[in-house]
Design a protein around this ligand. Structure first.
Ligand code: RUB
Length: 309
C-alpha cells in the first residue's frame, strides 16, 4: 500500500484505533522514503513532507498519529544526503513500531495486576491497549468476565467481542445506553485513549465520558490504558484537541432525515482527570495529573516547542 492509500484507509477507518494508525503512519513514511531511489535530497524531503502532511490530515483527533510522524522524521533536518535520510526514516519508523508494540504488551502486564478473579470489567469501543490488559489477566488464569459496549455508530464493540471471545474471555455485549444500568455489576472500567492532554483529560471514543460519569457515580474505578505516545505535547503548548465530526450518513441514511432535522456525528469526547482513577502506560501506572511529566520525560521538552504542522 502506498502512503496515500494508507492515509485514505485511515480516513475511511479501514485502519483504525490510535495505536494502529500511528504504526501504519510510521511504516507508510518508511515506505515512501525507501521507494524514492534518486539522490536528490530536496526532492526526497519534499515527498516526505507531503506524505507527513497527508497522514496527519487523515484523522484530526488522535495525537498518536502526530507523535508517530514526529518520531519517524526526528533528526531529518540535519542529514546531508538522500541515502542518509532514507536510512534515518527507516530506522526511526522501525524503532517506533517496535516500541509501540512492546508498549501494548507491557501495559497488559501492568494493568492485569489490577484485576482479580471474580471481577467484571466494562470496556468501551475497541482499544488494543485495554483489551490487552483483559486478555493478559485471563491468560494468567484469573476468572474474569467482560461487558463490551456496542459503540455506535461504527459498532467497534463487535470487534471487541470477537477479540475477547477468541481469547476465551466470557463477554456480554450491551448497547451504549445500558451502561448506567449495568454499572452496578461492574468492578472496574478499562478504556483506551486517542489523546491525553497535559491537564490529564483523556480523549477517547464518543461516550467514554458518559461511561466515566456512570462509573464515578457508582464508585467504580475508571482506568485508562494508553501508550506514552498518546500523550499530547501540543496541549502543553495550549492547543485544544480537535474533536473529529464524521459524516451524518454513519448515523442514519441521509434520505430518511426528516425536514428541519439535522444529524451530528462527533466521534470522540473528553473525560476530565477528576473521573480517572489511573492511567496504565508502558512506563508504569500513573495518576492523570502526572500527564505533564510524562510528556516532558517521554516525548522530550523539545517536542513541546517544536509543534509545527
Ligand atoms: C478507537 C478508540 C480507541 C482508541 C485507543 O476509535 O477510540 O479506544 O483509539 O485504541 P476509532 P488503541 O475506532 O474511531 O479509531 O488502544 O487500539 O490504540
Amino acid at each position: 500500500m502506498g502512503l496515500i492509500e494508507v492515509a485514505d484507509s485511515i480516513k475511511s477507518m479501514e485502519i483504525r484505533g490510535a495505536g494502529l494508525i500511528a504504526r501504519s503512519a510510521a511504516e507508510a513514511l518508511k515506505q515512501q522514503a525507501l521507494d524514492y531511489r534518486g539522490n536528490d535530497l530536496d526532492e526526497l524531503r519534499r515527498r516526505l513532507d507531503d506524505g507527513r502532511k497527508a497522514l496527519i490530515a487523515s484523522r484530526p483527533t488522535a495525537i498518536s498519529l502526530w507523535n508517530a510522524v514526529q518520531a519517524t522524521m526526528r533528526g531529518s533536518s540535519t542529514v546531508q544526503s538522500a541515502e542518509e535520510l532514507r536510512s534515518l526514516v527507516a530506522a526511526n519508523a522501525d524503532a517506533f513500531v517496535e516500541r509501540s508494540s512492546k508498549a501494548v504488551e507491557i501495559i497488559g502486564r501492568i494493568g492485569s495486576k489490577r484485576l482479580r478473579s471474580g471481577m467484571t470489567i466494562l470496556t468501551h469501543c475497541n482499544s488494543k491497549a485495554a483489551l490487552g490488559v483483559i486478555k493478559a489477566a485471563h491468560a494468567e488464569g484469573k476468572d474474569i468476565r467482560a461487558y463490551a459496549t456496542e459503540s455506535r455508530p461504527w459498532r467497534q464493540g463487535l470487534l471487541t467481542i470477537k477479540d475477547l471471545s477468541a481469547a476465551g474471555v466470557p463477554t456480554t455485549l450491551i448497547i451504549d445506553s445500558a451502561v448506567r444500568w449495568i454499572m452496578k455489576e461492574v468492578d472496574v472500567v478499562l478504556v483506551g485513549a486517542d489523546t491525553i492532554c497535559s491537564n490529564g483529560a483523556v480523549i477517547n471514543k464518543i461516550g467514554t465520558s458518559q461511561v466515566a460519569l456512570a462509573a464515578n457515580e457508582a464508585r467504580v474505578p475508571f482506568i485508562v490504558c494508553a501508550e506514552t505516545y498518546k500523550f499530547s505535547p501540543k496541549t502543553v503548548y495550549g492547543e485544544m484537541v480537535e474533536i473529529e465530526e464524521r459524516d451524518a450518513s454513519e448515523v442514519m441514511d441521509p434520505r430518511l432525515i426528516p425536514p428541519k432535522v439535522s444529524v451530528r456525528n462527533p466521534v470522540f469526547d473528553a473525560t476530565p482527570a477528576e473521573y480517572i482513577d489511573s492511567i496504565v502506560t508502558e512506563i508504569g501506572l500513573i495518576s492523570p495529573y502526572a500527564a505533564y511529566e510524562v510528556i516532558v520525560k517521554e516525548l522530550g521538552q523539545e517536542s513541546i516547542f517544536d509543534i509545527e504542522g
